[in-house]
Ligand binder design. Structure first.
Ligand code: NI
Ligand code: MN
Length: 237
């Protein structure tokens, strides 16, 4: 599938994406690899990572961020509360921010945007306050811009995200139950005004029943919209 982005986006299953940028940097969004039943075995340990982006504190997104940050000595972008928790686990390369802010890491610009979800961090038998959940808008070196929504329901301010950032590509959850399902995601596509959409957060476990095909049929009448369904391990470039 041709994006013409000068970048390669590989879906590692669930909400985890490995992005190879035009500047030859490797970003890992929501780095859940070892425990991720959808992640192909040969992709569970990327050789090189330049930056980690964590949308929220749930285990299936925070994933192995502490271990990966220490192994690769790379920045981990997250909200303030998750950054504090990461530091308490010995991570020294935290980059904290909050919604509306933009930081530059590994040569790309990362903007934190809203998500409608929850954010507790499971730490042993406790749930630690993890601040608010987020999504990211990432502007690559060549200006190509993608929006990773994190876990979210549809919300009206997706219109603002579309208006402000005009993403070229959006990764949207469609699995239902913990996030929006296809019906809500179809409205998200409309609000964002985005043309190219990669469905995520479906099929990992049996209860995540929403299907990309349902989103595709709901978006069939939206001119120019392409729902780009990937299999875990498959890439888009
Ligand atoms: Ni979540
Ligand atoms: Mn999740």
């Amino acid at each position: 599938m041709g994006l013409g982005a000068g970048a390669r986006f590989t879906w590692l299953g669930h909400a985890t994406f490995l992005v190879e940028t035009p500047g030859k940097k490797t970003l890992l969004v929501d780095p859940w690899l070892e425990g991720n039943p959808s992640c192909p075995k040969n992709l569970k340990a990327p050789a090189h990572v330049d930056a980690l982006l964590v949308t929220h504190g749930h285990f299936d997104h925070l994933g192995e961020a502490p271990a990966l940050a220490k192994k690769h000595r790379c920045p981990v972008v997250s909200n303030y509360e998750i950054a504090c928790w990461l530091r308490s686990k010995g991570v020294e390369t935290t980059v904290e921010m909050n919604k509306g802010g933009t930081v530059e890491v590994a040569g790309v610009r990362v903007t934190m945007v809203s998500a409608d979800h929850s954010c507790g961090i499971t730490d042993g038998d406790r749930i630690v306050y993890g601040g608010e959940p987020a999504g990211f808008v990432v502007t690559l070196e060549n200006g190509f811009r993608f929006y990773h929504a994190g876990d979210t329901n549809v919300f009206g301010d997706m219109k603002l995200i579309g208006e402000l950032y005009k993403p070229d590509l959006a990764m949207l959850p469609v699995g239902d139950l913990y996030t929006m399902g296809p019906r809500e995601a179809a409205l998200a596509v409309k609000l964002l005004g985005v043309r190219r959409v990669v469905p995520m957060h479906f099929g990992t476990f049996p209860p995540l029943t929403g299907k990309p095909a349902e989103l595709k049929s709901l978006c069939a009448s939206m001119k120019g919209v392409e729902i780009l369904e990937l299999a875990p391990g498959e890439s888009l470039e």
